[in-house]
Ligand binder design. Structure first.
Ligand code: DQQ
Length: 587
């Protein structure tokens, strides 16, 4: 396929002002020492109660309520139904309506993947938190099921909050979740399926002896939440981690990765050749941070490989709009699968008008990157490729400094893009030092970049979202590369939070620059260098929608040509609809 270059520099001038890049700061954290959970014989099940409808609660009443403070003084944009309709994703999981946040208790059981999620059955803003439930054969096409758990006991009266599932060796499934009690204390509760032989796990029972854990001495009553999947220790005791506070850790995740980088491991795996990833969702900044380290099962102590890149000060799971992620070991396909919550960057007023808010990422496999030894690799599960339709290939398209090249692919709102870039005539020694990071966005030029893709752009480039590499000279004359997404020009609407996202990405000597980008209407998930650095972003264009959405290459380097080779698939929509469960109207 031929691509026609267009020689002008449309990214140099900003047609409208963006917000300053947001800077995460290091939080001082405290992780509760590993808590032993001894699982006793379970008592006989008791019937669950009907959900009690409650008034929606706002920011002041709880964690996780969405807020984009900088939008408070913005005049509301004149959104139309056609714009709202376009924003809804076609192949990402989201409920039929209303609010969703954290993924909870993912598991595989009798041929079905189960996803539970924090869900408000009554509104498109956070509140009334229950466990929504959906099942899938392949992690892509989903069937909504009735709510799995609702706040109906004193120990979860103000919300069935986040939790994880543990599969016991005898086949039982146990869920531990945080309940916010009738006195607003955060406690940990046990729940289990009423009927394990039901592949859909439709009915869930709460252990009558709940709570099984209450905040220990010295921990505030509202700083004790989000238990991980448990793992079996050398002494036959199950262990798990929970988040607590100096700088609140939410949704902690803790799992082993194989150093050889080729296999995934069950959560209880230990021994030589194994490292452990510790992830925390930082409540202050709403960012998921992780670090790789060593776990000593005898002392239950985890030590980061690189103390300068400890949890909270080093790597992010995803540098975009992403939070509360959780992995599970998929024993069916022997892989570790990561889910993450992507929230909105528009206003709550707009969410209420749309009738929905938030979606989940495409599930990603996670492996240790044995080439760099410093990071994990995230990659969309292979099943997403079943949605690929026709593809278009572009070979060695030369993009000159300060130019864009339109890619003629027809409809450009549902795409899976694989792109490889080479810089011509790289000469590190002759360049000067430059500002590291993603800079002020794609309009900020330097010797070798930025270069990459413009997704969801209109013909006049009045709206566009650049996804790009920014190779820069560090002071030691090494080349350091950043992988970035600039949403500052993705929408003309002023009541949308816009930001430049990104982080450093290792590019090894024998590697070309490569990215994979999943475009699905208002969600764009980008994977740099095979998934070493990942960025999920929300975009709300007003003109670059439906048939007006285009895809282009750009090169805003000041001195070098870039050569791009791409394979681009149009993506089908996933089949996501209610499961016909008799007598249920809650899904
Ligand atoms: N969301 C849940 C909490 C968790 C927070 C409440 C993270 O359990 O800490 O909806 O988004």
């Amino acid at each position: 396929m031929e691509a026609t270059p267009s020689f002008h520099a449309p990214l140099l001038d900003r047609p409208f002002a963006g917000t300053r890049p947001f800077k995460a700061f290091a939080a001082v954290v405290s992780l509760l020492s590993v808590v032993a959970l001894i699982i006793h014989h379970l008592p006989s099940p008791s019937p669950t109660l009907k959900p009690t409808p409650m008034q929606p609660r706002g920011v002041a009443e709880g964690v996780s309520a969405k807020s984009n403070p900088c939008l408070l003084n913005q005049a509301p944009f004149n959104w139309t139904n056609a714009m709202f309709y376009w924003q809804r994703s076609a192949y990402h999981f989201q409920p039929q309506k209303n609010w969703m946040n954290d993924p909870n208790g993912p598991l595989y059981h009798k041929g079905w993947y189960h996803l539970f999620y924090q869900y408000n059955p009554y509104s498109a803003i956070w509140g009334n938190i229950t466990w929504g439930h959906a099942v899938s054969r392949d992690l892509i096409h989903w069937l909504y099921l009735p709510l799995a758990m609702v706040p109906d006991r004193w120990f979860d009266f103000y919300g069935v909050w986040t939790g994880s599932a543990t599969l016991l060796p005898d086949g039982q499934i146990l869920v531990l979740y945080t309940g916010k009690t009738n006195e607003s204390m955060q406690v940990q509760n046990l729940a289990y399926p009423a009927n394990l032989s039901d592949p859909l796990l439709l009915h869930w029972l709460k252990y009558p002896g709940n709570p099984v854990m209450v905040p220990p001495l010295g921990i505030q009553h509202d700083d004790f939440r989000d238990p991980t999947t448990a793992w079996l220790g050398h002494d036959g005791t199950w262990r798990l981690t929970l988040g607590s506070k100096l700088g609140m850790w939410e949704c902690v995740d803790f799992y082993p990765v194989a150093i050889n980088g080729s296999v995934a491991l069950d959560t209880s795996a230990l021994g030589p050749g194994v490292k452990h990833v510790l992830k925390a969702s930082l409540d202050d900044t709403k960012v998921d941070h992780y670090a790789i380290g060593s776990y000593d099962p005898m002392t239950d102590k985890w030590t980061p490989d690189n103390p300068e890149e400890d949890v909270g000060v080093g790597l992010k799971v995803d540098y975009g709009r992403y939070y509360a992620s959780k992995t599970f070991f998929d024993h069916h396909k022997q892989r570790r699968v990561l889910w993450g919550w992507i929230n909105e960057t528009d206003t709550e007023t707009a969410d209420l008008q749309k009738g929905w808010a938030s979606l989940q990422t495409i599930p990603r496999t996670v492996l240790y990157d044995n080439k760099t030894g410093t990071n994990i690799l995230q990659w969309p599960v292979e099943e997403v490729e079943s949605l690929r339709l026709n593809n278009t290939v572009f070979k060695e398209v030369v993009v000159e400094p300060g130019s864009v090249v339109p890619l003629d692919i027809g409809t450009a709102t549902q795409l899976d893009i694989l792109a490889e870039f080479e810089i011509e005539a790289l000469d590190i020694s002759s360049t000067t030092n430059q500002v590291l990071d993603c800079g002020g966005g794609a309009a900020e030029r330097s010797t070798y970049g930025p270069f990459g893709l413009l997704v969801i752009a209109d013909a006049s480039l009045s709206e566009l979202t650049p996804i790009y590499f920014r190779p820069l000279n560090a002071s030691d004359r090494s080349l350091r590369t950043y992988f970035c997404t600039d949403t500052t020009r993705s929408s003309k609407a002023s009541d949308v939070f816009k930001q430049v996202y990104g982080g450093k990405v290792p590019v090894l000597d024998d590697e070309k620059y490569n990215m994979r980008v999943l475009v699905d209407h208002s969600i764009v998930e980008s994977f740099g260098q095979g998934g070493r650095t990942v960025i999920s972003s929300r975009i709300y264009p007003t003109e670059a929608i439906y048939g007006a959405a285009k895809l282009l290459l750009f090169n805003n380097a000041s001195r070098v040509n870039v050569k791009a080779t791409l394979k681009i698939w149009e993506m089908n929509s996933a089949f996501i609809r209610p499961f016909p469960v008799e007598g249920d109207d809650s899904v």
